[in-house]
Design a protein around this ligand. Structure first.
Ligand code: GRF
Length: 201
């Protein structure tokens, strides 16, 4: 039986699309069963709808405070009984309620080689710093900002003349492949998280 993925998104949804496409093959072992967004009308949610996947949209502005939003996110995700929750371009930090419930089965993909360049502007920060190699990281989310135990990383070279857009575009191409490969491995093989070390069995 396929593992159940709930994917959280905010924007274009190309990482989501890669997971939707991978899940079309039963041998992949995981299927996206729901997609949640922190805003109304994202391209990512449109991709989910086109694939016939249920969606929910929870803008923070619709809630009394951040805790109320977090609890609602938690409830909506839980209703779909995920084996793994995947944050793929989801531009919000989950709170205490969400992490208590899904910690250890909530991964995020980030467009830099963590612990370098955490936060919202990683490709720009990498360019500004003048690094020659950057990339993407898949990690288990903890209470910090892009600080949890690392599942996988992929390196991407910085080229002369790169802009944030060209660099992020190449990072995203590599990131999608990494995401699909390692989400599949996590759910098919199982995994151990011991301190900072993640072992896929
Ligand atoms: C990805 O690079 C992700 O790591 C970052 O935002 C991008 C999302 O792209 N946080 P998409 O929405 O999956 O196309």
């Amino acid at each position: 039986m396929s593992a159940r993925l709930v994917v959280l998104v905010s924007g274009a949804g190309t990482n989501l699309q890669a997971l939707l496409d991978a899940g079309a093959d039963p041998a992949y072992g995981a299927q996206v069963v729901a997609v949640g967004a922190d805003r109304i009308g994202s391209a990512a949610v449109a991709r989910a709808s086109a694939a016939g996947v249920p969606t929910f949209e929870l803008p923070i502005s619709a809630y009394a405070d951040r805790d109320a939003w977090d609890q609602s996110l938690c409830d909506q995700v839980a209703a779909h009984e995920p084996d793994l929750v995947v944050s793929a371009g989801f531009m919000k930090l989950a709170g205490q309620a969400f992490l208590s419930r899904f910690g250890g089965r909530y991964v995020n993909t980030h467009p830099a080689l963590l612990p370098a360049f955490p936060g919202m502007h990683a490709p720009q920060d990498a360019l500004d710093h003048g690094v020659k190699v950057t990339g993407a990281t898949l990690f288990f989310v903890d209470a910090g900002v892009d600080s949890g135990p690392i599942v996988a990383q992929v390196a991407v070279g910085v080229e002369d003349g790169d802009t944030t857009e060209t660099l992020h575009g190449r990072i995203k191409s590599a990131e999608r492949v990494m995401l699909v490969e390692w989400v599949g491995r996590l759910v098919r093989n199982g995994y151990l998280i011991e301190g900072r070390k993640v072992t896929v069995l």
